[in-house]
Design a protein around this ligand. Sequence first.
Ligand SMILES: [Zn+2]
Ligand SMILES: [Zn+2]
Length: 385
Amino acid sequence: MPGVKQSLLRHEGRRRHPELDSEATESPNESREDERRAGLFIGTGSLLTLSGRLLADSSLLSLLERRSARRKGTTLRLAELELLGRDTGGVALREGALLLKRQLPLSLAGIEVDGISVAGQETCILLPRHKLVFDTGRCPQRAVYQKTVMVTHAHLDHIGGLPFLVSTRGMLGLPPPTVVLPTAIVDGTHDMLRAITALDGNPMACELLPLSPGGEYRHLPGFVVRPFATFHPVPSQGYLLYNSKQKLKPELAGLPGDTIRDRRLAGEEVTRMVEAPEVAFTGDTSAEFILHPGNEDVLRARLLIMELTFLDDEVTVEHARSFGHMHIDEFVEHAERFQNEAILLIHFSARYTAARIVELLDERLPPALRAKCTPLLAGFSDRST
Ligand SMILES: [Zn+2]
Ligand SMILES: [Zn+2]
């Protein structure tokens, strides 16, 4: 997307993207045509036209939220622009058949998230502050800089970029990554990396760490990751990142500091470990994970990153289940179970456009649930169906 966006960010008078010219013939409105020719300078002069119509760069969000923009010193009303989902962490604007997305990096429930996820193509979600990657997708370059990788399952759209990530870190002189993965796929992953080493000639230095539900991985100080059960046609698991802190025992609260210190020095345990589920990542799964015993904290995590592959009736619930994927009807059915502060929806089928995804979520999710959901739209086409 950044490359595409760059190519669209042109000042008027320069050659435009061929798609824009063909669309421009569909905008007979003369004033629009005038605007297109004259160029519409917003704020510091950034300019973006699509199909001869004005949209604006995300740095101009505040202007867009007031639905006005500066045009050569005058104010141009952008009232006809439809603002799609202010809650996307960025801006998604649609005008006619066009959509501009500028989302990343997102900040949801105070947690920074980056990445891309299109079903069957690539899924790689980064938590830069937590120095963590969930699945490698095709390994976007920014994923290379995270030392810890958590792989949910071995479908190529989730693990295909792993050799690239491992190899690139080696070439950059970065420490070998730690790759946490389901126990059932460790041998196969090892064989894959060994085969690529033989073909590529470069060593694939990494630590493969098998982990299954019931086990845990001590991540950064104060964080622990535990896998949870997911349901997919191949061995799979999600990951739940807990914030884990020592806190004073409640019965000691209010006592003077000296007293607490004396009791601690006398050998008494004055603190206890308190854990809070912070981020849950499902990878691919059918809705079965929602009710699975032991998965309660997934629905309580501050941020849930959840796949929602199918959004309409073109694919039935039964069909979605047979593929091991979520259907929106099942999400709605269990709406009240999701106590998460924010939910990032990922892994939509490539059959949808970005605009259609937003429309379907708006139409089908109950308002209270919709309010805390953000669709990850990176990688989806801008055109409406
Ligand atoms: Zn997938
Ligand atoms: Zn899969």
